[in-house]
Design a protein around this ligand. Structure first.
Ligand SMILES: *Cc1c(COP(=O)(O)O)cnc(C)c1O
Length: 372
């Protein structure tokens, strides 16, 4: 079976985790501190706070800004639902904006109209652009709009470690940038996440919120906020540090592998290919099938041929909770709905060989022809 994705775990990873396990320091510790420093260096930002997941990173980002009841937050309609769940969890209301069929990112030409048309009682406080599948969102336009309407920008860079916009790492444009180290993402710590920040005071608040509301003072600790336990464990950080060292190499491999798919698949007009955007880190390679195909039937057929594929991400307005609560209909955000229903994520990870990608491509083309 050619898997959709597979984390690269080698002997070095096993060794460093074993050493931390034997050290006895299992919760937050020195490996976490070093991982934070190395991530900040990699991203070229002031500070990084490692946490238990990207969902925790998004949640803390909203809590630290005091976003909650009575507030609204702009979110792209096509993403993994953790983006919008974080907004709901703090009691704020999401405002969805459709995405582009080329990049799968928020359609920046639709944001301002959405802000102007907003008649809800909630006040729009923030925008969470998602760098979907590693494709950098149009940050100059997003920052311009945020500036004009006094909105905070919280970047969901869960899929986008290593992605760049105009030569600058994504996740460092907004007030915070949230990353995931889930095994499906660029580098993994099992579960895990990180928050990139450029503001020392905000970094301190995030660290306090991450760790039960504890502030370290001269004579010990005090509890200054009702905090969470969103810490990363020390062995996870050791794993992450080892992965980060190898990451630039993996990124280059991924950039080359996506070209192989592109070359193999460009002849066919049964689907759209994702746009080859500068600075894309290719966490996922998703194509969008023509309406005439039953995507789920294609997934089953490919599985019989030992190729694992899947849908890419969700259209939030098509999900039960959001549909029931906000009364969305599927037509409200047509591009997101189309990507949700017709998107097909192909096997993609740095351990795949060019031959395997060619094999998958040939298989795909013959399955498409069969279903034509
Ligand atoms: C994976 C993902 C998340 C959630 O990350 P976790 O670390 O699993 O919490 C959030 N947003 C997007 C866009 C993702 O792809």
């Amino acid at each position: 079976m050619i898997k959709l994705s597979k984390p690269s775990i080698g002997n070095e990873e096993i060794e460093v985790v074993k050493n931390v396990l034997l050290s006895g320091q299992l919760v937050h510790g020195e490996e976490c501190n070093l991982f934070e420093k190395e991530l900040a260096e990699y991203l070229n930002c002031e500070d990084v706070i490692v946490v238990s997941s990207c969902t925790a990173a998004l949640h803390l980002s909203l809590v630290a800004q005091g976003i909650g009841k009575g507030d609204a937050v702009i979110v792209p309609a096509f993403t993994f639902p953790a983006t919008v769940n974080a907004v709901e969890l703090v009691g704020a209301s999401p405002i969805l904006v459709d995405v582009s069929l080329d990049t799968y990112d928020i359609d920046v030409t639709k944001i301002e109209a959405t802000i102007k048309d907003w008649h809800g009682s909630e006040k729009i406080k923030a925008i969470i652009p998602v760098h979907e599948f590693g494709c950098p969102a149009d940050m100059s336009e997003i920052m311009r709009i945020a500036d004009e309407y006094s909105l905070l920008v919280i970047e969901d860079a869960a899929c986008a470690l290593g992605s760049e916009y105009n030569g600058k790492k994504v996740g460092t444009f907004g007030v915070t940038g949230c990353f995931s180290f889930h095994p499906r993402k660029a580098i993994t710590t099992g579960e895990g996440g990180a928050i990139a920040v450029n503001n020392k005071k905000l970094a301190e608040k995030l660290r306090i919120l991450r760790n039960h509301g504890i502030k370290y003072v001269d004579n010990g600790v005090d509890f200054v906020l009702p905090g969470y336990n969103y810490r990363m464990s020390n062995f996870q950080a050791a794993l992450g540090r080892t992965q980060l060292k190898k990451f630039d190499n993996w990124l280059n491999i991924r950039k080359n592998l996506q070209k192989v798919y592109r070359e193999n698949l460009q002849q066919i007009n049964f689907y759209r290919l994702p746009k080859d955007v500068d600075g894309h880190s290719w966490q996922t390679f998703m194509i969008c099938l023509d309406e005439k195909f039953d995507r789920n039937a294609i997934i089953k057929k490919l599985r019989i041929n030992n190729i694992e594929t899947n849908l890419g991400a969700q259209a939030l307005h098509c999900l039960k909770y959001y549909k029931d609560k906000y009364g969305y209909s599927d037509e409200d955000y047509p591009n997101a709905a189309k990507l949700y229903k017709q998107g097909l994520a192909l096997p993609f990870y740095q351990g795949l060989s060019v031959n395997e990608i060619t094999m998958v491509s040939e298989n795909l083309v013959s399955v498409f022809k069969e279903y034509r």
